[in-house]
Design a binder for this molecule. Structure first.
Ligand code: DGL
Length: 260
């Protein structure tokens, strides 16, 4: 009897989780994937915490009940920094979260000046401040919150890119030149942002390393599922569920490019 494929649930407020999914799927191409986008609640970064936490628990709880995944990736910094502890306390399935990659960014920075670019919610969370206290000793960290970039990334993927000036205005605060030390590393602390990476590079005042946590998340998922060898030889299903609108034709084409 061939074994059923391992099933991985990926959760985000929108299409940002695709940047994590593509790395996880490269590490475990044999897995079945369920991608849940709470687009009716998007953007998470501008919402009150109390409403958001209940919403995240309800939606992920329903997806776990409906799909019985072997592992859940919370592919959203805004959700992970708020709800990961509660999710782990409430559900038995293993969770892998996405939190700002402050430790590796500080370790790799030569100038010891970095920036963390995330949603307004993520950069103001105690979770993020605690990461800085714990891992950023000797490194200057600029916390830059954006209320627009996640929407810009949604628009980019749907084939409606925003103008360069709009991108420039959102990333400008990341670039600090003081005390003869320039920012050399920027943490992408929102999973939507790697969708804009070419735009960021083109509009940056000087080149920096952009740290995307997705490869590290994929390694963690692969480690946790090491005991689960490939199942069926046929490609397992990859399905998207949204809580709001049906994808536009451009977005549907982008999703099918990702294997959905
Ligand atoms: N992709 C989400 C994150 O990583 C945020 C987007 C939103 O504001 O909903 O933080």
């Amino acid at each position: 009897m061939p074994k059923a494929p391992v099933k991985i649930l990926i959760f985000d407020s929108g299409v940002g989780g695709l940047t994590v999914y593509r790395e996880v799927a490269a590490a475990r191409p044999d897995a079945a994937y369920v991608y849940v986008a709470d687009d009716a609640g998007f953007p998470y970064g501008n919402q009150p915490e109390s409403l958001l936490i209940a919403r995240i628990i309800e939606i992920i709880g329903k997806a776990i009940a409906d799909h019985a995944p072997d592992l859940v990736v919370v592919a959203c910094n805004t959700a992970s920094t708020l709800a990961l502890a509660d999710l782990r306390a409430r559900f038995a399935v293993p969770f892998v979260g996405t939190v700002p990659a402050i430790k590796p960014a500080c370790a790799q920075s030569a100038t010891k000046r970095i920036a963390v670019l995330g949603t307004l919610a993520t950069v103001s969370r105690e979770y993020t401040r605690a990461l800085i206290r714990e891992f950023a000793a000797g490194c200057d960290v600029a916390l830059i919150g954006s209320s627009h970039l996640a929407s810009f990334a949604e628009a980019e993927l749907a084939g409606m890119p925003v103008a360069d000036d709009a991108i420039k205005a959102e990333i400008a605060g990341c670039f600090v030149d003081a005390d003869a030390r320039r920012t050399d590393t920027v943490v992408l602390a929102c999973t939507h942002y790697p969708l804009l990476i070419d735009r960021f590079k083109a509009n940056a005042p000087w080149p920096v390393d952009w740290v995307d946590p997705a490869p590290a998340i994929a390694r963690r998922v692969a480690d946790l599922l090491r005991g689960r060898p490939p199942g069926l030889p046929t490609p397992p299903p990859r399905i998207v569920f949204t809580s709001g609108r049906a994808p536009s034709p451009a977005l549907a084409a982008a999703l099918s490019g990702y294997g959905f």
